[in-house]
Write a protein that binds this ligand. Sequence first.
Ligand code: IN0
Length: 342
Amino acid sequence: TNKLQVSGEMKRCYDFLEMTSRSFAAVIQELNPKLRDGICLFYLVLRGLDTIEDDMTIPGAKKRHLLESFHEIIYQKGWTFKESGPDEKDAILLVEFEVVIAEFLRLPTEYQEVIADITRRMGAGMAKYTRSRVVTMDDYDEYCHYVAGLVGHGLSRLFAVSGLEDKSVGENLELANSMGLFLQKTNITRDINEDVLDGRCFWPKAVWSKYAENEEEIISKRNRDNGLCALNEMCVNALSYIPHVMDYLSQIKEPSVFRFCAIPQVMAIATIVLCFNNANVLDDNVKIRKGEALKLISQATTMDNVKRVFYWYLVALEKKNHPGSHMYEEVRKITDKAKKDI
Ligand SMILES: CC(C)(C)CN1C(=O)[C@@H](CC(=O)N[C@@H](CC(=O)O)C(=O)O)O[C@H](c2cccc3ccccc23)c2cc(Cl)ccc21
């Protein structure tokens, strides 16, 4: 990455990228120059939204106003926000957000319009969910659409606008949505212990209320068998996006765009298979080992390799799926179908 060619402010933006998510920052920096800055800035704008959404010290009305107007804030030179709670890990990004805005305003107008449109729709969706909980399965799909599906929409439109991918990639937004939902639903399923201990819960009440009286009971040791039933239902729900993920990745041609898209997906399949029927998820924040992650990153280079990775993990899932484990039949259907298709 010849950083020397970027402006001082853009250099600072890449510093923020590395602060927020080191491993993924490297993948963004390896993107084709036509997309590198645009996606770095898109990522930072989304991280700015996320930092506001996550900050429990911002009063409800003020938070909703910030979320709903963030798509206009990104056009306001000099805007900064110094009121983040002390625990917000990315607070520095909002303090120095004017740097992101200055560079955003230097992007081609077409890129700005995609980023602003997604920011507007995501901010409105996040604002809606500051008031209501995720109750029904439709709420679950809608919330994940707002915070992750729309990212797929925006990225696919940027890929098309850059000319590096076919126009159709920016039009088939159902597949793009599924790319985001697979990642987000995997994260939500994995993070239940951390979220419940933080007083939050993104698992739909429609699932957990069959097995627990309240959110704390999902992870309690005395309710373990029921907690595992809920966990397995959450895993099966996330696994349902795999066919769409395969179809989406099959249409991506530019190598750096393929890796950018494939790396999070191979991490997600490994994570969701690790979570299935795994009581540790209810007690801890389980993560795939660093060595396994590095191996996955090295594999996420071609469609054939990605198919092999998914196939391998679905065979591993089949091995974990014992008669008597909850969702046994549904998992059988997924693994049998995948063994035919992949
Ligand atoms: C919520 C989320 C899944 C959309 C977050 N999200 C991702 O998870 C990142 C990966 C990431 O940040 N990994 C972190 C791990 C972590 O923080 O959990 C890492 O350090 O490796 O990838 C996604 C992402 C990348 C490529 C294609 C996508 C298509 C649709 C939706 C999202 C897509 C992402 C792309 C952009 Cl532009 C912005 C955000 C994301």
